[in-house]
Design a protein around this ligand. Structure first.
Ligand code: FO1
Length: 337
């Protein structure tokens, strides 16, 4: 079976680990293709960092810091401390010593002219994640966040001056606290899907939207010209798993992101935000947590096949069960393998 997953960082990576376990145990011979978010990517201290690609690669390759969900297990930050001693900014970015090796390899390959998709494939040769990981685009498209200037500056009329800062600065330095007026994916209009992305969506037996941030991860991937249309047009069923449980994100700060786009932080609202494919939206089915079971009937009524199940990814096996529930929602079960 061919599964294509549009994934962001930590939540998406954790879900993929369970999905891969399900494939290994129940659907042997399956292929998982991951279209990874690159809107988080940043040039920092002269190296190119791809947080969401690395979270997937490290999580599935066995090198992830389980506690953080990003960066490496057993990490040290000696280089970061030395850079700070020089007074070099950004001091707020957690550049790990082991992680730095990945960024140096990536930066050198990019500088030699290789596209990010080739570089990602080469890094995965080393990490063997057991999935095919493709960046959403080989072009530069970075999420910036429009906030009120943190230094309180105002314009001549006295209104707060608005500034755009890189997503990572908003997320890491400011902990997503300054209200985001808008997310701007700089460069996306002139970007194209990376080789293999559209084909992976068109030829999939099923497409999955894992519990990643619906705005700055899944939403970012869908802004690359052609990808949302590919999702609407694929013959494969599209099923999503809600990242919001009982009105709050399980991890991260998706609530701050949803507020910025005027979407309520609820499993139902995110399901409606993606929309039923039967009415021009992106999903056929939506798996919510039992805490949000009241949404099942309402979403089903608008054409989104919905079910409720415990969705906390407390172990690989539990995550595999969640993934199986999601596939079952679109008619795929081990019985039908
Ligand atoms: N997240 C943090 O909260 N603090 C950090 O210092 C930090 C550093 C970092 C370095 C490399 C990397 O691949 C990811 C890193 N992250 C850090 C996570 C990163 O901000 C991700 O973009 C978010 O987790 C959203 O996916």
């Amino acid at each position: 079976m061919r599964i294509t997953v549009l994934a962001g960082g930590i939540g998406g990576a954790r879900f993929l680990r369970g999905l891969r376990h399900l494939m290994d145990t129940t659907f042997p011979g399956s292929e998982i293709t991951v279209v990874g978010n690159t809107g988080d990517d940043i040039w920092v201290h002269g190296v190119r960092v791809c947080p969401d690609l690395d979270s997937v690669m490290y999580t599935l390759g066995g090198g992830i810091s389980e506690e953080r969900g990003w960066g490496r297990e057993g990490e040290t930050f000696t280089v970061k401390d030395e850079l700070a001693a020089y007074g070099v900014e950004p001091t707020w970015f957690g550049l790990g010593d082991k992680d730095l090796a990945t960024h140096l390899v990536r930066t050198q390959a990019l500088a030699s002219g290789y596209p990010l998709s080739d570089v990602t494939a080469a890094l995965c040769e080393h990490w063997q994640p057991g999935v095919r990981l493709i960046p959403m685009t080989d072009d530069r498209a970075e999420t910036h966040v429009v906030i009120d200037s943190p230094d309180g500056a105002t314009d001549p009329s006295g209104s707060p001056l608005r500034v755009a800062i890189h997503f990572q600065e908003w997320w890491i330095r400011h902990h997503a606290k300054p209200p985001a007026h808008e997310f701007v994916l700089v460069g996306v209009d002139s970007s194209t899907p990376a080789p293999g992305v559209l084909q992976a969506i068109a030829t999939a037996d099923v497409v999955v939207l894992p519990p990643s941030n619906p705005v700055v991860s899944i939403g970012t991937i869908l802004q690359v010209p052609g990808i949302a249309d590919a999702l609407r047009g694929t013959t494969a069923p599209v099923v999503g798993v809600s990242p919001i449980v009982g009105g709050a994100p399980v991890r991260g700060m998706a609530d701050a992101c949803l507020a910025a786009i005027g979407v309520e932080t609820s499993a139902e609202a995110v399901g409606r935000h993606y929309g039923a494919r039967s009415s021009g939206g992106l999903i056929d089915a939506w798996l919510v947590d039992t805490a949000d079971a009241d949404a099942v009937e309402r979403l089903t009524a608008v054409g989104i096949r919905t079910a409720a199940t415990p969705t906390l990814m407390t172990s690989v096996e539990e995550t595999a069960r969640i993934a199986a529930e999601a596939l079952r929602l679109v008619g795929i079960s081990d019985a039908s393998a």
